[in-house]
Design a protein around this ligand. Structure first.
Ligand SMILES: [Zn+2]
Length: 306
């Protein structure tokens, strides 16, 4: 065999070897739920889906710096920064409290994995008796509806009074029609709270205004353990933990959102309180470590037992 023919055959064999062959390759993912024990409470993180947000959605640092921080983490695809949409179910023993309800099909983003993941985690929508909403953006509200009906037939749905006053005011009409329609399905079972209200034992309302006028976090406490479910305090974890002064385009009041983020980060780090975020990488639960002027996020690890 001539040298040239030898190489030609070798090349052909090599090509055969590297030709993609996906037949039989597993490409399904584990269901998007994650269990986290909190004293006597059991928390189940639920993923609704993931969207790509453009790096240009962030303001407060030079655009090239934001892009560099994101690229450094290999997290900038052609479509933007992958951003999870999370909800949290807290089983307190007395109540099944769902924090946020996912996007369903609002904003043109096809998410809506919440129901399937809830069921995969062992629950049915009828098990939920309380839904608390961090705010009334569609990606937290639209999942209250399924096929034009209430997804949670037995739930009372709560949002901050300021939030409802702003978003449901006819003259604003800022929240997507689908989100308004989803809320309307709950009629008198949609109620508003003020910070001093006690909706359920073990849950405290923590005003966290700025992202929206009535944006709210919820602190869950049991047997000395605490978890602050803080909604949309962070959208880009690569950037905003290190630089809490960076805001996202959808922050209604940038200065207030930045001040709230700084306050919540400082307190959670000082108290060693775990946090859970609506757009942190799933399951979105972890702790904050002070690092210079910013913070480092220490995410929870998967373990066979929560
Ligand atoms: Zn959101």
């Amino acid at each position: 065999m001539g040298v040239r023919r030898f190489f030609a055959l070798g090349l052909a064999a090599g090509l055969l070897f590297v030709l993609p062959s996906n037949a039989g390759r597993h490409d399904t993912q584990a269901p998007g739920w994650f269990r986290y024990a909190l004293g006597d409470f059991m928390v189940t993180a639920l993923q609704d889906g993931s969207i790509d947000l453009p790096a240009s959605a962030y303001q407060g640092l030079r655009a090239d710096k934001i892009e560099a921080l994101t690229k450094r983490a290999f997290a900038l695809s052609a479509n933007g920064v992958p951003t999870s949409v999370n909800a949290y179910l807290i089983d307190t023993g007395a109540h099944h409290i769902l924090v946020d309800a996912g996007n369903a099909d609002c904003y043109g983003w096809k998410l809506g994995g919440l129901t399937a993941n809830l069921k995969a985690a062992g629950y049915e929508p009828k098990d939920i008796d309380i839904v608390v909403l961090t705010h009334l953006h569609g990606d937290h509200v639209c999942g209250l509806a399924a096929g034009g009906n209430r997804l949670f037939p037995k739930a009372t749905v709560w949002a901050a009074a300021e939030e409802a006053a702003y978003w449901l005011d006819e003259k604003n009409k800022a929240t997507p029609p689908k989100a308004r329609a989803a809320l309307a399905l709950y009629g008198k079972d949609f109620r508003t709270f003020k910070p001093s209200d006690a909706i359920a034992p073990g849950m405290t309302i923590v005003p966290a205004h700025g992202h929206t006028p009535g944006h709210t976090a919820f602190l869950f406490e049991s047997k000395g353990a605490a978890l602050l479910v803080f909604g949309d305090i962070v959208h880009n974890h690569f950037v905003q933990f290190a630089h809490p002064e960076v805001s996202v385009m959808s922050d209604a009041n940038r200065a207030e959102a930045i001040a709230t983020r700084q306050t919540i980060f400082a307190k959670a780090a000082a108290d060693n309180t775990a946090v859970a975020g609506g757009h942190l990488p799933f399951p979105g639960i972890g702790r904050l470590i002070k690092d210079g002027d910013g913070y480092v996020f220490a995410p929870v690890e998967f373990a066979p037992k929560p």
